[in-house]
Design a protein around this ligand. Structure first.
Ligand SMILES: Cc1ncc(COP(=O)(O)O)c(C=O)c1O
Length: 364
């Protein structure tokens, strides 16, 4: 029998040294208030269940390998031709396809720091070189640093994660005027924002916009994301994707959800309303909160004595966790360690959070 260490030695060197992505905790059992992975608190469109139900009879058959009807639906929303759209098993699948095409050995892939921690991991899996471009506390877009990063591929999250700050389309265009690589604008949270980069697609062939149905459509469990870009870029991504990368049930659920525009609009309004109420409450306490164009708030808690920082944020995180309220804390970076990222939940969840914060302030 080959020993575990010899099996490990058979793996490629870059895989041996890889640390996998750590997703937000998905707790077992009931009674948790989950404000840690930016899921949508509203029920999904009522059109989704019958659409999935009707596909169950056909599970014996492979799904449409190109997810053609879903590409058409997404293309219509973005006002582009279907040839400019590709669909994936969540937008993580799409991000991975982009790295497969444009990243890899002897290639440089950029991303902003702090940011979505999957990007550098995908780059490492592909054996490429990651190039981090740092934000400062103002969270202003480092336009020249991105444009001059010397990368073939760059991931920009707008609205940003984990801060929620949205970048103006004009600032993104300033990058595109001189950047010669592929600029990916990851718009996972854009439906909660006031603007998106879609208007730039007609002018810049190196722009790829990535979106997901996990957040605004509340379909994180079915795994659907898509990208819109130039026909050439989408064609390259199609060459490297798994042939049946999106299953039959997910395709049907996504088409049904995209078609139900009134349900979509009303859930967005609800979440944005709750977000602003929560933001005002934090600010009333004198806590700093980045203006959010997403379905979460990035909040710098202050304790009873008015102190903030890593210890205070960590203390509140633990206090909430002990009361089965999950939020996200990113202690690994100086710009994030004093903050908590709190997803916008249902009203009852936000009240429970408020009450827990009140009691922390009294007791901590
Ligand atoms: C910035 C960003 N991009 C992409 C994703 C992945 O979303 P999906 O569920 O579509 O894979 C997330 C999920 O949290 C995210 O925060």
């Amino acid at each position: 029998m080959i020993s575990e260490s010899d099996l490990e030695a058979l793996a490629q060197a870059h895989v041996r040294s890889l640390s996998p992505y750590t997703p937000g905790v998905q707790p077992e059992g009931d009674g948790w208030i989950k404000l840690n992975t930016n899921e949508n608190p509203c029920p999904v469109s009522p059109e989704v269940a019958p659409a999935v139900e009707s596909e169950i009879k056909r599970l014996r058959l492979y799904p449409d390998p190109r997810s053609e009807a879903l590409r058409v639906a997404a293309a219509e929303i973005c006002g582009v031709e279907p040839e400019r759209v590709i669909v994936g098993n969540g937008s993580d699948d799409i991000l991975n396809l982009l790295v497969r095409v444009f990243g890899g050995p002897e290639r440089r892939t950029g991303f902003t720091v702090p940011g979505y921690s999957l990007y550098p991991i995908l780059v490492s899996i592909a054996g490429g070189e990651g190039v981090g471009v740092e934000f400062d506390r103002s969270m202003r877009l480092p336009v020249s640093a991105i444009a001059e990063s010397g990368t073939q591929l760059f991931f920009l999250t707008s609205p940003n994660a984990p801060t929620g700050v949205g970048f103006a389309t004009a600032a993104i265009e300033r990058i595109l005027r001189s950047y010669r690589g592929i600029l990916v604008v990851d718009e996972a949270y854009v439906d909660f924002a006031e603007e998106n980069a879609g208007s730039l697609l007609g002018r810049y062939t190196n722009l790829v916009i990535v979106r997901t149905l996990s957040k605004s459509h509340g379909l994180a469990g079915i795994r659907i994301g898509y990208a819109v870009g130039s026909t050439a870029v989408i064609g390259l991504m199609d060459r490297v994707r798994d042939s049946y990368n999106v299953n039959r049930l997910s395709q049907a659920a996504a088409i049904a959800s995209l078609a139900d525009k009134s349900h979509f609009r009303s859930t967005l309004e609800r979440i944005k309303g709750t977000r602003e109420i929560a933001r005002a409450r934090f600010e009333k306490r004198g806590w700093f909160v980045y203006p959010s164009a997403a379905n979460f708030l990035f909040v710098e808690p202050k304790n009873r004595s008015g102190d903030c920082g890593e210890e205070v944020a960590g203390n509140l995180y633990e206090y909430l966790l002990a009361r089965r309220i999950l939020v996200r804390w990113f202690p690994s970076h100086a710009l994030t360690s004093g903050f908590l990222r709190i997803s916008v939940g249902a009203d009852s969840e936000m009240h429970a959070l408020e009450n827990a914060i009140e009691s922390w302030l009294k007791n901590a």
